[in-house]
Design a protein around this ligand. Structure first.
Ligand code: SF4
Ligand code: MG
Length: 322
């Protein structure tokens, strides 16, 4: 399959002031040297605990946040250096779905206008054309024309997410970055929204980056998964391979919390000691060494690099030398 998106050594660092004085600044490495590829038509999951840099990775790819360094290639074109106007154009092809689609929207805006707005922003001048497109996408996500005349507060969480998806799809993008799109929903509603996303993927030839802290949802929905810890991508593998055979000690701990798939399965629950360190003052060497049950001397000083074990599995850990 061809590559749609290629992220190379992407970093997003935030400089934050700490108290008074010029030198009291702290560099937070929210995303640090992250590299991965997304193939056309696949669902690439990014998992990790809150604060690990998943959302920042998503937003930096769309350049809703400016990358500190690194390269983002979309359809073979470097988009990390595009200027404002060119980037707006590129953003038509890449849209985001948020956990709460209405957090940043005007609550007095009718649903029709909520879905139509991106078309206006992208310069679709013909109002009839916009209307046609809004009706089309409304039908695809299962909203009636009557519902388009209503206001956001009249809808339930699941319906609101349909509206958020319609808004993202109205510009006919190729890539959707979905950031915890079902995390706020009841389990039964979650599967409705996920089924809808899958149906739309087929109908509209979409590729997804699916960001979630929920391993069950990711297992159900994704084809390939990247695991993040403290701003680093520590492991990437095909879904089944990763769940059956996680290599990175952090992934092993994360997946050990899932219920066994059958009663004879040998799986010990690994409980991690300590808290996630502050990203403003991260550990030296391997980011995970302060909590790792397999930590070796070299882990405290040498930063491991994400390396391919085989064609479908990459890991960043000194336990697996090149
Ligand atoms: Fe643990 Fe060392 Fe691997 Fe880091 S590099 S995960 S500390 S074994
Ligand atoms: Mg997040």
């Amino acid at each position: 399959k061809e590559t749609l998106l290629k992220v190379e050594n992407l970093s997003k660092h935030f400089i934050v002031k700490k108290g008074f004085g010029k030198n009291n600044v702290q560099r937070i490495k929210a995303v640090d040297n992250v590299s991965f590829e997304v193939k056309k038509g696949e669902i690439f999951g990014i998992v990790g605990e809150s604060g690990c840099g998943k959302s920042t990775t998503g937003r930096t790819i769309l350049r809703l946040l400016e990358p500190t360094s690194g390269k983002i290639e979309f359809e073979g074109k470097d988009i990390s250096t595009l200027s404002g106007k060119e980037m707006r154009q590129a953003r038509r092809d890449m849209q985001i779905v948020f956990q709460d689609p209405f957090a940043s929207l005007n609550p007095r805006m009718k649903i029709f206008n909520v879905i139509e707005e991106p078309l206006i922003n992208f310069g679709v001048k013909d109002a009839n054309e916009r209307k046609k497109r809004v009706y089309e996408v409304a039908e695809q996500v299962g909203l009636t024309i009557a519902q388009l005349e209503r206001l956001p507060h009249e809808f339930s969480g699941g319906q609101r997410q349909r509206i958020g998806i319609a808004r993202a799809l109205v510009s006919r993008p190729k890539l959707i970055i979905a950031d915890e799109p079902v995390s706020a929903l009841d389990v039964s509603i979650q599967s409705q929204v996920l089924n809808l996303m899958r149906k739309l993927q087929k109908e509209m030839d979409l590729t997804y980056i699916f960001i979630s802290h929920d391993l069950n949802v990711v297992h159900h929905f994704c084809d390939r998964i990247g695991v993040m810890y403290l701003g680093k991508m520590v492991e990437i593998a095909d879904k089944d391979e990763l769940f059956k055979n996680p290599l990175h000690p952090y992934s092993k701990a994360l997946f050990s919390a899932l219920p066994k798939s059958h009663p004879l399965e040998k799986k010990e629950r690994i409980v991690l000691q300590g808290d996630v360190p502050s990203p403003g003052n991260p550990p030296s060497g391997c980011m995970f060494h302060t909590r790792c049950f397999a930590c070796m001397e070299q882990c405290k000083t040498e930063i491991p690099v994400l390396t391919a074990r085989n064609s479908q599995h990459k890991v960043s850990c000194h336990l697996y030398p090149e």
